[in-house]
Design a protein around this ligand. Structure first.
Ligand code: ATP
Length: 246
């Protein structure tokens, strides 16, 4: 029998403000333990796809008007974001959205807001610091003063505090220097191989995304224009074409 995928979108249509059609029937699959890249030009619908899954969409005037979203085979279209966090879906939003007036550790603890196991939270905090030694050094610093790379690490670290099975990462390397972007992806790979965390990530840096992802989807104007192995995508020049409108 076919195994149930971790996440499955089937013909998902999203409208904003009741009229702007941002997704026109997107279907995709994230297998258990998989890393899937969402590629495409600005405005193609990458962020919207992630927001549809995490239900952050509802807070932004968007709604799924057609199609199905299933997590472990169960329809999750009507869950709240908080419920989804408890089920293991954590969304690290574009722009990181940290609480800039709070320090690093306070931000990390925010990621565990749905949990009450104090010992578990403490040991997960230690794990995040082991993964990102820079965050340990800066744990008493307000996140508003961190570098872009440190902020991204704090955002991912905060997400990890929710103990995700699936992490939705929206353009995690945006605005980062190449060396820092590589570091972020090294962490993604490590979390995937060592902890089995699955990822659905949108990314502008094709080279990085294609190296880490097992599967890629290209979005064009709210529709999937390519789905397949990253190598095939790179070879066909399809991703570049999608970005540059060729
Ligand atoms: P970017 O990299 O610029 O974030 P994207 O591929 O993630 O691009 P989305 O942000 O998902 O694209 O946007 C898809 C479409 O939906 C665009 O036409 C955009 O203008 C529209 N859109 C996004 N958010 C909203 C909103 N809150 N209200 C109305 N329209 C929106």
């Amino acid at each position: 029998a076919a195994t149930v995928p971790l996440l499955e979108l089937e013909g998902v249509e999203v409208v904003y403000d009741g009229s702007v059609l941002a997704l026109k029937g997107v279907s995709l699959v994230v297998p258990e333990g998989g890393v899937v890249a969402l590629l495409g030009a600005n405005g193609a619908g990458k962020s919207t796809t992630l927001k549809a899954v995490s239900r952050v969409l509802a807070a932004e005037g968007g709604s799924v008007r057609r199609g199905r979203i299933r997590f472990r085979g169960e329809a999750i279209d009507t869950r709240t974001t908080a419920e989804l966090v408890r089920r293991g879906i954590v969304h690290v939003l574009e722009g990181r959205r940290l609480f800039r007036q709070l320090d690093v550790e306070e931000n990390l603890r925010m990621g565990a807001y749905s949990r009450s196991d104090r010992a578990g939270i403490r040991s997960d905090l230690e794990e995040v610091y082991a993964l990102f030694p820079r965050l340990r050094e800066r744990r008493k610093q307000k996140t508003g003063y961190l570098s872009g790379g440190e902020q991204q690490m704090a955002a991912i670290g905060r997400g990890l505090m929710g103990r995700p099975a699936l992490m939705l990462l929206d353009e995690p390397t945006m605005g980062l220097a190449p060396a820092i972007a590589s570091e972020v992806f090294a962490v993604v790979r490590r979390l995937n191989t060592e902890r089995g965390v699955a990822f659905l990530l949108s990314e502008q840096n094709l080279g990085l995304a294609l190296r880490v992802a097992g599967h890629a989807y290209v979005l064009e104007s709210g529709s999937v224009s390519f789905a397949g192995e990253p190598a095939a995508l790179a070879g066909a020049g399809r991703a570049e074409a999608a970005y540059f409108g060729a």
